[in-house]
Write a protein that binds this ligand. Structure first.
Ligand code: SF4
Ligand code: SF4
Length: 197
């Protein structure tokens, strides 16, 4: 087994060595098949491009164990790690994609009962705006006493800066994690997330 530390560009000597020394090569890599694409021998190289490794989904240790065993033609006993309690993986605090996903999920929920729904973006892509040197509006946010701790924001918006204060049963914002992106300002059904004055 070999861990490739520099996926691109692969050293040509490394490619020559692999192809001259090994009859079959299994490439396991997350996301795009960058390494596999540089190993041009389609019959000997197995991975995402010929679907020996699935193109979607996370490459969890137990999955990798199974792919390696299949490749080697041996039986293996998979011992999945117990799941760790806590939040599921989510976008970083301040990621503006969160607002888009929230709007799309809302539209999907609406359309299940009411027919077609439309999402209209009020602003162009924020990255494009930043490239053009336009100022990106930021807002310090706070949670007021209208919060009843329903958890809607935590379950549906999932910003890591949002924390449930169990003592007062209200959501609060962790100032060390919050980036003041301000995109959560319109999501609380009770209007409890407000801009700090
Ligand atoms: S901020 Fe709003 S959505 Fe979040 S827990 Fe409080 S009331 Fe519910
Ligand atoms: S402003 Fe709201 S969405 Fe943005 S990082 Fe802070 S809590 Fe999260």
């Amino acid at each position: 087994m070999y861990q490739v530390l520099q996926p691109f560009p692969l050293h040509t000597k490394f490619i020559d060595l692999l192809l001259s020394e090994y009859e079959d090569i299994l490439v396991i890599e997350e996301t795009t098949a960058v390494i596999e694409m540089q190993l041009a021998d389609r019959y000997r190289v197995k991975g995402k491009l010929n679907r020996v490794v699935p193109r979607v989904g996370e490459l969890l240790p137990e999955k990798i164990q199974q792919y390696v065993a299949n490749f080697a033609g041996v039986e293996t006993k998979i011992n999945s790690l117990p799941s760790v309690p806590g939040r599921r993986p989510t976008l970083c605090a301040g990621c503006l994609h969160r607002a888009s996903f929230f709007a799309i999920k809302k539209a999907v929920r609406y359309s299940r009962d009411n027919g077609p729904a439309v999402v209209i973006a009020r602003h162009p892509c924020i990255i494009d705006s930043a490239r053009r040197g336009e100022l990106i509006k930021r807002a310090d946010v706070n949670v007021n006493e209208d919060c009843d701790g329903c958890g809607f924001c935590l379950q549906n918006f999932e910003c890591p800066a949002m924390v449930m204060d169990q003592e007062v049963e209200q959501m609060c914002i962790d100032p060390f994690v919050c980036t003041s992106c301000g995109v959560c300002l319109n999501i609380c059904p009770r209007g409890a997330i407000i801009e700090k004055i």
